[in-house]
Design a protein around this ligand. Sequence first.
Ligand code: SAM
Length: 356
Amino acid sequence: MAVGAQHRRGPFKVGDRVQVTDERRRVHTLTLKEGGEFHTHVGVLFHDQLLGQPEGSVIENSEGVRYQALRPLLKDFVLSMPRGATVVYPKDAGQIVTMGDIYPGARVVEAGIGSGALTISLLRAVGDTGLVHSFERREEFADIARGNIAAMFGEVPPSFRLSLGDFQERVVEEHEPGSVDRLVLDMLSPWECLDAVATVLAPGGVWVNYVATVTQLSRVIEAIRSDGRFTEPEAFETMVRGWHVEGLAVRPDHRMVAHTGFLMTTRRLADGAVGIPGSRRVKDVTFPAEDVSAWTADHDPEAWTAEGLGERGLSAKKLRRSARDAVAMGRAAGADLPDAGSGSEVNGTHATQPED
Ligand SMILES: C[S@@+](CC[C@H](N)C(=O)[O-])C[C@H]1O[C@@H](n2cnc3c(N)ncnc32)[C@H](O)[C@@H]1O
């Protein structure tokens, strides 16, 4: 059975994560254990009532309050798991998997891992025979992500590797030139990684960038264009608008997530090949260097900090707590995990070099 599938089917069992929803649509997540209890101000729900029951059961607590019980889907899990960095939302993860052409058996490299939300989608897409090798410079984030991944799959999948350090330095030590099929970066300054990406990505390999601001999008695309080793980049974003459908009241929801990030894809050309320029390039227009520099803040390296790009910082205390929570969640799901802060990496059992 595929890794993680045992936690997704059949009657509820010990170690399963279950979402219970009450009649006011309040949702609580439990990890089932024998003799476990879930207390609210309106009574107690005993885990033993759920163990052995089919998914989708509706049960009553000690005071007759009804709860509908289902296993969280990937989208539910990633939005409720412990976080450090901002996560890639499911709507964008779906686009990354599709537009990045992530396929079963692929060798995928990503950085940084953040909270591991995107990694979970990548691991699902490559399956048990592929490889997702994540690089992360901050140990607390690596701990959070590893715990979340273990909680999602019930173990650390053999197709997962995690290395600590700067992507651009470590990826070229860990992967042969031209051996990576797909590469996904979600970080502040992906343009700093251009040489490393061009080295490890196979000819035809897809590079996806996810960035939060148009200034980052502009800078990375112009860097890729002037480098010449890649195809003309394509940029896009996704907006998902929920709908309210009730009788004759059928209309868009009043609220939506208005902005998450921008996506960009490009592909590695064969060595020595000269790419075909994008058809939409405006001819006979020059962009004065000082305008481009003002836009991309070349003159001010400080502008490219997390704060400069509008990201909220997180306290070290909050990060440590998230890391401990994520490790505890992964252990409750049955995974054997090192303590948060131990500085350990993950050596997936799958090969990292191309097959002969
Ligand atoms: C926004 S978070 C990634 C979120 C992640 N994709 C998710 O879905 O949970 C960005 C991460 O990139 C890491 N990072 C930034 N630059 C890096 C680099 N050059 N090498 C490795 N990690 C880097 C940061 O420490 C941070 O954890």
